[in-house]
Design a protein around this ligand. Structure first.
Ligand SMILES: *Cc1c(COP(=O)(O)O)cnc(C)c1O
Length: 384
């Protein structure tokens, strides 16, 4: 018999959380006899997200990665095209466009929010630039006013990678509502989850029909189900991006609990912020900065340590106390693939600096006050 590996951590970095309705909804999906994609639960998730975001259409997908890939297909990107995105992001933000043959062009980030630095965008625009892909890091909004102005002035599309930002706001407006398209993630580590899942948010009518065809394996099956055509057939390029309705049932339970989830995440975030302020000031560490006009989605909480050595020190110190804290993205401009696309060390100094300093603290809906206290006390006992 195989034994389970010993878990060295009492407090994990992330832990799945259940609202209570997930299993009942999943059972209902199965009993209802529709467990493939686009069943009643998928429809209810889409309608919920459409209502939240005021989107023209929201299509559930199997992941945020796939939603990004759909956006690249919808933009009809081809070899030679360029897409500007932050060097400090998850691989999928770049890979989705590279898959179409487009070149990811890495912009540096702002030191305060760790978001795409809007001041770096214009110098990276060339006649081949097709789109800008801002990422709302930690769910704190990018400077969308400036980014949308630059995009409009140069005729560029904007696709918001809103994997972190659902329900966060910039100047009162929800993240994911600025770009022509936005992508969401329902991966296990995100605020709302079904294990693996995502959504493509369409903020313009013109994307709806092409996106439906793409997502339905290149067929006009959506038109057929609406009774607009009497049979469906192959009409374009496409693939399979639909999650099972069983997963959508799980997700719906989470979306319906959004007030509870966001309230708890706000408490966790504010607790870290308040309780670590004195320690950070005393030892030269830095906590997240929220500019005026930004309301976070409370996706994650990080600490910027003074350097790589003390970052490793803090992670090890917490590990000895059976607490898992982790670092985050490595710069894309210095990655093996990023360099094949022309990225170079030194191109994105802020990204390259903070990638070595950042520590993400345990952050999950079900973290108890005692666990939170233990994490905070353990960090406060790390002095250097
Ligand atoms: C999580 C994440 C993704 C990918 O999400 P999946 O649903 O796992 O594909 C993309 N971009 C960012 C910024 C993310 O954090």
């Amino acid at each position: 018999m195989k034994t389970m590996p010993h878990n060295p951590y009492d407090i994990p970095f992330n832990k799945p959380w259940i609202s209570g309705d997930e299993y009942r909804y999943m059972a209902q999906a199965v009993e209802g006899g529709h467990i493939s994609g686009d069943g009643p639960y998928t429809r209810r998730c889409s309608q919920t997200l459409e209502a939240w975001l005021g989107a023209k259409r929201v299509l559930l997908t199997t992941s945020c990665t796939h939603a990004l890939e759909m956006s690249a297909l919808l933009l009809e990107l081809k070899p030679g095209d360029e897409v500007i995105l932050p060097a400090f992001t998850f691989v999928s933000t770049a890979n989705a466009f590279a898959l179409r043959g487009a070149r990811p062009v890495f912009a540096d980030i702002r030191l305060d929010t760790l978001n795409l630095d809007e001041g770096q965008i214009e110098r990276l625009i060339t006649p081949n630039t097709k789109a800008i892909v801002p990422v709302h890091y930690a769910g704190i909004g990018c400077e969308m006013g400036a980014i949308m102005e630059i995009a409009a002035a140069h005729g560029l599309e904007v696709v918001e990678d809103n994997a972190h930002g659902l329900l966060g706001r910039y100047r009162g407006r929800l993240l994911g509502t600025f770009g022509g398209m936005a992508t969401q993630s329902f991966h296990e580590t995100k605020n709302f989850t079904c294990g693996e899942g995502g959504a493509l948010v369409l903020n313009h009518e013109r994307w709806i029909e092409p996106a439906e065809i793409l997502r339905e394996k290149g067929t006009d099956r959506s038109r057929f189900f609406r009774g607009q055509v009497d049979k469906y057939t192959w009409v374009g390029l496409g693939s399979s991006y639909l999650p099972s309705d069983v997963l959508a049932a799980f997700l719906l339970a989470q979306l319906e609990s959004h007030a509870r989830i966001q309230q708890r995440r706000k408490e966790i975030w504010e607790c870290y912020m308040q309780e670590l302020r004195g320690w950070a000031e005393a030892c030269g560490a830095r906590l997240p900065i929220v500019p005026p006009g930004c309301e976070p989605s409370y996706h994650l909480f990080y600490v910027l340590m003074p350097d790589l050595e003390r970052r490793a020190g803090l992670i090890e110190h917490l590990k000895q106390r059976r607490i898992l804290a982790v670092f985050h993205y490595q710069p894309l401009n210095t990655s093996e693939m990023g360099m094949r696309f022309g990225g170079r060390p030194g191109d994105c100094p802020v990204t390259e600096q903070i990638a070595d300093q950042l520590v993400r603290l345990p952050f999950y809906n079900g973290i108890t006050d005692e666990e939170l206290e233990r994490v905070i006390e353990s960090i406060r006992s790390y002095s250097f």
